[in-house]
Design a protein around this ligand. Structure first.
Ligand code: FES
Length: 353
């Protein structure tokens, strides 16, 4: 046996006891997955010992045994089959799922367990100088770690905006212009990611006749949006790359899907991970994540599913997913769907269970 056996094509969710040692099966032959039962004897494989660090620690132990991050899942299982794990649309549970229709009187579709879908076009915008904005995701609406704002700068230069000591990951939905972060200017393009470090402030400058439209995810939520009378001179020169555009060379495959990290460790964020991705016309199998996730549909249409509810999603919609909420995002557009998301805690959007 020189290659590990694939026990299954997804990880094992386990709740661990602090200080206890666990022996993860690396050969894939154990009948007590994900743990060793001695079946590796006589092979080149040995179990991997892991001692739980925290009380109530939750982990995803690799089930495919091909991970690069033993003993944990690193998403490798997504690339072992030709396509991402998909689901038949005519199965019995899918037929029982109720459709929620959004309209002017019901602008937010609340699915199971505080998972919800809404669109900034259905929210009343507040104005601060020339900046129009609204809150799309907040603690009040069920988020634990992140909040999300929609920002719209129609013309000229916005007021100087601060979110205090929170980290910010933004995504340009539309428009052309610049962002000035604590005195440093960066050009913006459609679907670029932007990173603003804790304590810094920024202003938006629109340079075309279409408004700059931006989704800003704030972590932690903090005290919300406030404006400053002067731009602070505290740009963190240890992290100079603040605007990241789509670059096929940096795309990572996930079955027949692709994603690229825009804001993450590479640009200096220890807190937030923002990604952009393309998915083909398909419905992913129902799955969950250990991280909280906010998603924005940038192109294409589809349906967001949870256990009992589903709702149609279109370009501009945002989706909030609490940790461990079972869900599936179906893409119904022939040309596929482009979406962006922010996850916390975690740095790998391809890990699911
Ligand atoms: S189960 Fe092995 S990498 Fe995910």
């Amino acid at each position: 046996m020189d290659k590990a056996h694939i026990a299954r094509y997804k990880p094992y969710y386990c709740e661990l006891e602090e200080g206890k040692a666990y022996f993860w099966c690396s050969c894939g032959r154990s009948s007590k997955q994900p743990f060793c039962d001695g079946s590796h004897k006589g092979s080149n494989f040995l179990p991997i010992k892991y001692i739980a660090k925290d009380a109530d620690e939750e982990v995803l132990f690799c089930g495919c045994k091909q991970t690069g991050d033993q003993p944990f899942c690193d998403g490798t299982h997504n690339n072992l089959l030709d396509t991402y794990a998909l689901e038949e649309l005519d199965n019995e549970s899918a037929k029982l799922t109720n459709m929620i229709t959004r309209n002017a009187t019901n602008p937010i579709a609340t699915l199971n367990n505080k998972c919800y879908v809404s669109n900034p076009a259905d929210h009343e915008l507040s104005t601060t100088g020339s900046l129009a904005w609204c809150v799309l995701i907040s603690e009040q609406m069920g988020a634990q770690y992140q909040s999300q704002y929609y920002l719209q700068q129609a013309v000229g230069t916005s007021p100087i905006v601060s979110f205090g000591d929170s980290e910010i990951a933004m995504l340009v939905r539309a428009g052309k212009g610049e962002i000035v972060i604590s005195g440093q200017a960066f050009q913006l393009s459609k679907h670029a990611g932007i990173y603003v470090k804790a304590g810094e402030a920024f202003c938006l400058i629109t340079t075309s006749d279409k408004p700059l439209e931006i989704y800003a995810t704030i972590c932690p939520e903090g005290n919300g949006l406030r404006t400053l009378s002067a731009m602070p001179d505290n740009f963190d020169l240890t992290a100079v790359n603040r605007v990241v555009s789509i670059d096929e060379a940096n795309a990572q495959s996930m079955g027949d899907r692709f994603f690229q990290i825009l804001v993450g460790k590479e640009v200096g964020s220890k807190v937030l991970t923002e990604f952009i991705g393309d998915i083909p016309q398909s419905k992913a199998a129902m799955h969950r994540h250990l991280y909280e996730e906010t998603l924005v549909i940038l192109e294409g249409e589809g349906v967001m599913w949870t256990e009992d509810w589903k709702t149609k999603v279109v370009s501009g919609d945002i989706m909030f997913l609490p940790r461990k909420q079972i869900h599936s995002l179906e893409c119904t557009s022939e040309k596929g769907m482009r979406l962006a998301g922010v996850i916390y805690p975690g740095d790998n959007p391809s890990i699911n269970y």
